[in-house]
Design a protein around this ligand. Structure first.
Ligand code: NDP
Length: 387
C-alpha cells in the first residue's frame, strides 16, 4: 500500500467555508483543442467547493483510504523540520500545486528512495528538479489544460487593469476620494495597441483569441509555429524570437513554462529592447523574469506596468521587492486556482492516481517525464539539462 503525501495551501484565515457565493459551477466536457476534461471513475467532492486548501484535500481521502493507501495532507513544506520533509522518506507519491509549491529539489529527491510519482495538481512542474527526477526514473505528471483558460482570463483582466489604470482608480474609491485626474493620468485604451505573447500554447493561444475582439494587433513567438489557418484567423504576426517580438509590442504577456531556456529571459538586456512605456504581464513563472531588473525597469519608466501572480519563491517573503515596486498589479498565485479550476484539477489528480494504482497508462498529454526521459507534454514544451 502506498503513502501519498499531498502539499496544499492553507485554509482561509477565518476557517474552511461553509457557504459559497454561487450554488454551482458550469460543467465543461472538453477543451478548445478537443481534449476531454478529466475522466476519473468517480469523484468524492462537490464541484465549486474549496478543494485546493488543506481541509479540501483535493477530495482524495475517501478514494485513497478505501483502497488501503495512506494520505498525508499538509501545508508545512519549508525546511528540514517541516511535515513535508519528515513525511517524504517513505512516500511513493507526492502531490503538489504550483500555487504553494513543495519544491522537490535534487536533495529532497535523494531523501525519498520510495518516490515514484510526482504529481502536479495544476500545470507547470518546474518545482520538481526534472533532471533529478529523470535520473531516478520518477514519473512526473500534471493535469494539462485544467486551468489554462482560467489563466488566460486572468491575463486579459491584468492587461486591461494595467493599461486602464484600474487598481489605483479603485483605491481612490476605497480612500473616499473622487480624484479623476489622478486616476486618468496613467490611463489609456487598449484599442490599436500591439500585444504579443511569449508562447502560443494552450494559455497563449487562448489569450490571443480573447484579445482579438479588442481590435489590437497581435504578435507571438514560440518554438513551434501555429498552423497557418490559425495565424490567418487571428491575424497574428509570428516572430522568430522573443527579442524581435518585444520591440514591436506595447503589451507583452509571458505564457511559456519555466525551464533552462526561459529562466531569466526578461533581464535588463531584454527589458531595454522593449518599447519605452511597455506593459509586461507574467502569469507563467516568477523566475522567467529577473526580479531586480523588473523593479529597475518600473522605476525608470521603461515599463509602464507589471502584473502577474507568480513569484520566486512562493510564498513570497513580506519584503519581496515586487510587493512595493511602482505601478504593479501583482496578486498571490491565484489565476489557475479559481473554484472552477480546482474542480477540474482535483478530478484530473484522481484520474492520474486511478491509472497509477490500477497499472493503466496515464494520458500522454498529462506526462512531463517518464521512464528516465521527458515524455508527452514535457517532451514537447520543456527542455532538460540532462536526460
Ligand atoms: P502549454 O504546454 O500548452 O504551452 C506552453 C508553450 O510554451 C508551448 O507552446 C511551448 O512551445 C512554449 N515554449 C516553451 N519554451 C519556449 C521558449 N523558450 N520560447 C517560446 N515558447 C516556448 O502550457 P500552458 O499554456 O497550459 O501553460 C504554460 C505555462 O503557464 C505553464 O508551464 C505554467 O508555467 C504556467 N501556468 C500558470 C498558471 C497560474 O496559475 N499562474 C496555471 C497554469 C499554467 P512548444 O510546445 O511549441 O515547443
Amino acid at each position: 500500500m502506498a503513502k501519498v503525501l499531498c502539499v496544499l495551501y492553507d485554509d482561509p484565515i477565518d476557517g474552511y467555508p461553509t457557504t459559497y457565493p454561487r450554488s454551482s459551477i458550469p460543467h465543461i466536457n472538453g477543451y478548445p483543442d478537443g481534449q476531454t476534461t478529466p475522466t476519473p471513475e468517480a469523484i468524492d467532492f462537490t464541484p465549486g467547493e474549496l478543494l485546493g486548501s488543506v481541509s479540501g484535500e483535493l477530495g482524495l481521502r475517501r478514494f485513497l483510504e478505501e483502497r488501503g493507501h495512506t494520505l498525508v495532507v499538509t501545508s508545512d513544506k519549508e525546511g528540514p523540520d517541516s511535515v513535508f520533509e519528515r513525511e517524504l522518506p517513505d512516500a511513493e507519491v507526492v502531490i503538489s500545486q504550483p500555487f504553494w509549491p513543495a519544491y522537490l529539489t535534487r536533495e529532497r529527491i535523494a531523501k525519498a528512495p520510495n518516490l515514484k510519482l510526482a504529481l502536479t495538481a495544476g500545470i507547470g512542474s518546474d518545482h520538481v528538479d526534472l533532471d533529478a527526477a529523470i535520473e531516478r526514473g520518477i514519473t512526473v505528471a500534471e493535469v494539462t489544460y485544467c486551468n489554462s483558460i482560467s489563466v488566460a482570463e486572468h491575463v486579459v483582466m491584468m492587461i486591461l487593469s494595467l493599461v486602464r489604470n484600474y487598481l489605483p482608480s479603485h483605491q481612490w474609491v476605497l480612500d473616499g476620494g473622487w480624484h479623476i485626474a489622478d486616476c486618468v493620468q496613467r490611463a489609456y485604451d487598449l484599442e490599436a495597441m500591439h500585444v504579443g505573447t511569449v508562447a502560443a500554447g494552450r494559455i497563449g493561444t487562448a489569450v490571443l483569441r480573447r484579445l482579438k475582439p479588442f481590435d489590437v494587433t497581435l504578435h507571438y513567438t514560440d518554438r513551434h509555429r501555429l498552423p497557418e489557418d490559425v495565424e490567418r484567423e487571428l491575424g497574428v504576426t509570428y516572430h522568430p524570437d522573443v527579442a524581435s517580438m518585444v520591440k514591436a509590442c506595447d503589451v507583452v504577456t509571458i505564457n511559456c513554462p519555466l525551464h533552462p531556456e526561459t529562466e531569466h529571459l526578461f533581464d535588463d538586456d531584454m527589458l531595454a529592447t522593449m518599447k519605452p512605456g511597455s506593459y509586461l504581464i507574467n502569469t507563467a513563472r516568477g523566475k522567467i523574469c529577473d526580479r531586480d531588473a523588473i523593479v529597475r525597469a518600473l522605476r525608470s519608466g521603461q515599463l509602464a506596468g507589471y502584473a502577474g501572480d507568480v513569484w520566486f519563491p512562493q510564498p513570497a517573503p513580506a519584503d519581496h521587492p515586487w510587493r512595493t515596486m511602482p505601478n504593479h498589479g501583482m496578486t498571490p498565485h491565484v489565476s489557475g486556482t479559481s473554484l472552477s479550476a480546482q474542480a477540474r484539477y482535483a478530478a484530473g489528480t484522481r484520474e492520474i492516481l486511478e491509472c497509477w494504482f490500477d497499472g493503466k497508462p496515464i494520458r500522454e498529454e498529462y506526462l512531463i517525464a517518464e521512464g528516465g526521459a521527458l515524455a508527452g507534454t514535457g517532451a514537447h514544451s520543456y527542455s532538460a539539462r540532462t536526460g
